[in-house]
Design a protein around this ligand. Structure first.
Ligand code: ADP
Ligand code: ADP
Ligand code: MG
Length: 671
């Protein structure tokens, strides 16, 4: 059996790059596809060939099956790898690929069909002897019948859109009083996002742990499992940190889960990489009869690198071999777990604003020494390079930081250290949040469940303030006094109290940090030595550059190294695990923009316009719903900031908007 010579990758970002790395290793040529926004993207540069497939919105590019298949045919690619998301779990796409005479690198359309809807999948699993979450997944959909079923199951219950995914279309109901409203919301979300309002009801598991099993099948009837991943650290049902293996997993439960997952795969003659997701009751240790099938993801998963780390395998290579018709090169009995691996998803998002997705140009991007898309103690998978823009069109993931160690404690230390030493500027990120999670006591002890993050969200999202040293550096920078190059001035480091110029020049600095104006007076004492006065006291600080973006400072006899990047009016300062953004005050520009935007409806985040509830000419009152914006798989209702008359609506439904965009102009009411 021959492997492919050339394949097309129908995806973007880190996963497209990841797939190309394995292809290169195997001598397979790669064809990338790209949208307008991605013309200069990393995955395009990494590929041997690249084909433009359309405009930036996913519906016009990465979801455009015809364009993608034409690109594959035009470049003589033999197969298409779908990555994850986009068309990866679309059985119609699989059929179209095969009809065009190409190989789809993934399971059959039939297998995807079987697992596509959660209700049918659960019926199938039940008959295959796989435990499923108790609940109702029948045909009746009227509120009365469903409410009765919920009573039978016993509260709390979870309503799920059967076509749902990515945590969407799901509602937790604590008591019968809220059932009807929640059902309607889940049905609406199912219809709006997946074109299917049908819902199922499940028992809501107490202290739930999300544990999933990686499986692999081939076209010869072989199926193996590659152990489990614990993905219990979730925010709003979306994974944040994943690890393999699962903490405190007894061998007997691992075997039982692995067997159930293999059964599930065999029931649908599964070929390729897949993940069987289970929900486990973690209230008193994992038990053989305490886990239930939730759903199967018929694709490579975002978090696959942690399983690669503990098995030493390359899952994309396995996918390619299996799709080319080779039998699986490994047997269950040959597989063993080596050490511990953890992955953290680094996102452009504004944690302080409720994790709103963020956009912007990544002005600076630096990771500690790591492997890329390959095994290593620290592996960083990223589809973003410095100077790339996080656009509102796609998932705002910046990187996956993956650590591997001989045991969980070492892996966890490596995670904290890797996150602490990652510096990203230009867009806000969740790095501090991830670092806080990596040192969370419950997580460190392995006591995880899907509510951990929500329970301790305040502690995990504490906003750190810059210390006086950071403020002093920002003040010196704002006046243009930061030394540009290393002076290698030895006296700087041991002679603070020495010679002073007879007349010390002082200047006032105004910087802004988080809307707070900070005043300091900076005096130059000698070359690279400054005194910075605040109301509370003064700081003497010596500064020397040790590289382009790192400085060494001395304050009261103590040395430390910081990274910093200045860009126009903004200074990014990285101190320990914190990123501080300081701005030089530009009073004029601020006043103009405040006048321009005041009282109008502004996009609080990048997203797409889902619904416009107002019409031009309409009188509205403060608090009235004007629009619904969809961002990060969630709906956000936008309300009128004041009373007024709608003068202009600047976007249509379906349009993408950037953070801060003027959406709707409101004029004062004339009386
Ligand atoms: P789950 O499907 O159980 O949430 P994952 O955490 O693997 O499991 O989520 C992957 C999903 O996230 C994809 O199916 C897709 O909808 C979305 N996604 C995340 N990042 C990307 C990306 N770079 N490209 C496409 N889809 C993405
Ligand atoms: P999606 O397709 O959106 O990934 P899932 O069915 O996989 O939907 O569920 C997503 C998450 O919701 C799970 O990882 C888990 O945290 C939570 N969840 C799902 N079902 C239950 C349940 N029955 N009890 C408690 N939590 C659940
Ligand atoms: Mg899921």
């Amino acid at each position: 059996m021959n492997l492919f010579n050339k394949i097309l990758i129908a995806n973007r970002g880190e996963i497209a790059c990841r797939i190309m790395v394995s292809c290169k290793k195997l001598g397979i040529s790669t064809v990338a596809v790209f949208s307008d926004a991605d013309a200069n993207a990393k995955h395009v540069k990494l590929a041997d060939e690249a084909i433009h497939i359309g405009a930036s919105p996913v519906s016009e590019s990465y979801l455009n099956a015809d364009r993608i298949i034409s690109a594959a045919l035009a470049t003589n690619a033999q197969a298409i790898h779908p990555g994850y998301g986009f068309l990866s779990e679309n059985p119609d796409f699989v059929r179209a690929v095969e009809k065009a005479g190409l190989v789809f690198i993934g399971p059959s359309a039939k297998a995807i069909d079987a697992m596509g809807l959660k209700d049918a999948a659960k019926d199938l699993m039940k008959s295959a002897g796989v435990p499923v979450v108790p609940g109702y997944h029948g045909a009746a959909q009227d509120a009365e019948t469903l409410a009765k079923e919920a009573d039978k199951i016993g509260y709390p219950v979870l309503i799920k859109a059967r076509a749902g995914g990515g945590g969407k279309g799901m509602r937790l109901v604590e008591s019968p009083a809220n059932f009807k409203d929640s059902l309607e919301a889940a049905q609406r979300e199912g219809q709006a996002s997946f074109g299917d309002p049908i819902c199922l009801i499940e028992k809501y598991i107490a202290k739930p742990r999300h544990i999933e099993v990686q499986i692999f099948g081939d076209n010869h009837g072989n199926v193996v499992h590659l152990f489990e991943r614990d993905c219990s650290l979730q925010r709003r049902h979306q994974k944040v940190i994943e690890e393999a293996p699962a903490p405190d997993m007894p061998d007997s439960v691992r075997d039982a889960m692995g067997k159930a997952a293999v059964e599930a795969a065999k029931a649908i003659a599964y070929s390729g990489a897949g993940t069987v997701e289970f929900i486990a009751d973690g209230s008193s240790g994992l038990k053989e009869d305490g886990f239930w099938f939730m759903e199967m993801n018929t694709r490579l998963q975002v978090e696959h690198p942690v399983s690669e780390a503990i098995t030493g395998l390359d899952f994309v290579e396995l996918q390619l071999r299996v799709a080319a018709g080779e039998p699986l090169p490994i047997k269950q009995s040959e597989l063993a777990i080596n050490g511990w691996a953890i992955e953290a998803r680094v996102y452009a998002e504004d944690v302080a604003k409720g994790f709103l997705p963020a956009t912007g140009v990544i002005e600076y991007l630096s990771f500690p020494k790591a492997t890329e898309f390959e095994h290593g103690a620290l592996r960083v998978d990223s589809g973003i390079e410095q100077a790339d823009e996080i656009s509102p069109f796609y998932d705002p993931m910046i990187a996956k930081v993956i650590v591997h160690g001989p045991n969980r404690a070492v892996a966890l230390n490596r995670l904290t250290s890797a996150l602490t030493n990652t510096c990203i500027a230009g867009s806000v990120t969740n790095l501090n949040f991830l670092t806080a999670l990596s040192t969370h006591a419950g997580f460190a002890s392995g006591d995880v469940d899907t509510h951990l993050i929500a329970r301790d969200i305040d502690e995990l999202t504490v906003v750190q303030k810059p210390d006086e040293t950071a403020l002093a550096i920002a003040a010196i920078w704002s006046l243009g006094l930061l030394p540009k190059h290393s002076k290698h001035d030895k006296t700087l480091w041991h002679d603070f109290t020495g010679w002073r110029h007879w007349s010390v020049s002082s200047q006032n600095s105004i910087i802004v940090f988080n809307d707070e104006t900070i005043n300091r007076t900076v005096s130059v004492l000698s070359a690279n030595v400054f005194k910075v006065d605040a109301e509370a006291g003064s700081t003497e600080i010596g500064i020397d550059f040790i590289s382009e973006a790192a400085i060494k400072v001395r304050v009261e006899g103590a040395y430390k190294t910081l990274q910093l990047v200045g860009k126009d009016l903004t200074l990014y300062l990285f101190e320990n695990d914190q990123t501080f953004t300081f701005r030089k005050k530009d009073a004029m520009a601020e006043q103009n923009s405040a006048q321009e935007l005041g009282g109008n409806l502004i996009a609080p985040m990048p997203g797409s316009v889902m619904e416009i509830s107002a019409v031009v000419g309409q009188s509205v009152s403060a608090g009235d719903k004007l629009m619904v914006l969809e961002a990060m798989k969630m709906e956000h209702a936008l309300q009128a900031p004041r009373d007024g008359v709608v003068a202009e609506i600047l976007f249509n439904t379906g349009d993408q908007v950037i953070d801060g965009a003027l959406l709707l102009r409101l004029e004062p009411v004339n009386d």
